[in-house]
Ligand binder design. Structure first.
Ligand code: ADP
Ligand code: RBF
Ligand code: MG
Length: 151
């Protein structure tokens, strides 16, 4: 039996990407730095994952539901693999340069390419619905009290 890679805890710095998340997809994603990508275990392969995220700003330590996409974004043919977390909350500001803690608790689906932007955006909306449902379970909620999220 292979050991499950979940829960996978990591912390990264939020860097700039191509700026397509908010503009083209209506779904901003906090892209994590290269070291965080390099440190991913091989068992966490390209795909869409769900879990919790906590921004480490001075004033806000709230823990939010999230979906995270890991891979080269085949729809855009990117060369570099990225980790991008969409926090399931509306923010009025951005947080480039801040640190983000995430725990991945499960995989939703593999990364794939699509015929058009519309198909990608509706897949993302379905991923968010699926994540929301999983994260309401006691199995997932127990991580809200995990020491990883305490200072
Ligand atoms: P980039 O390609 O630079 O990552 P995006 O269009 O994906 O650009 O926007 C991401 C940025 O938007 C994040 O780095 C963050 O600062 C900000 N942001 C605002 N709301 C959210 C959210 N709900 N989830 C993730 N990032 C958000
Ligand atoms: N990009 C892809 O090319 N294929 C995918 O299947 C895919 N799934 C995603 C699922 C979610 C929930 C999110 C937030 C992003 C996904 N992306 C996918 C990444 C998307 O292309 C990327 O966030 C934008 O290009 C902005 O960087
Ligand atoms: Mg992004």
């Amino acid at each position: 039996m292979l050991k499950s890679p979940f829960p996978y805890f990591t912390l990264g710095t939020i860097v700039r990407g191509f700026g397509r998340g908010s503009k083209e997809l209506g779904c901003p994603t906090a892209n994590l730095d290269e070291t965080t990508v390099e440190n991913l275990p091989t068992a966490i392969d390209e795909g869409v994952y769900y879990g919790w995220a906590q921004l480490l700003t001075k004033t806000n330590h709230e823990i939010y539901k999230m979906v995270t996409s890991i891979g080269t974004n085949p729809f855009y043919n990117n060369e570099k693999k990225t980790i991008e977390t969409h926090i399931m909350n509306e923010f009025t500001n951005d947080f480039y340069g801040e640190q983000l803690k995430i725990v991945l608790l499960g995989k939703i689906r593999p990364m794939k390419t699509f015929q058009n932007l519309n198909e990608l955006t509706s897949a993302i909306q379905q991923d968010i619905t699926a994540a929301n449902c999983e994260l309401n379970s006691n199995r997932c909620r127990q991580y809200l009290n995990h020491s990883f999220f305490k200072k």
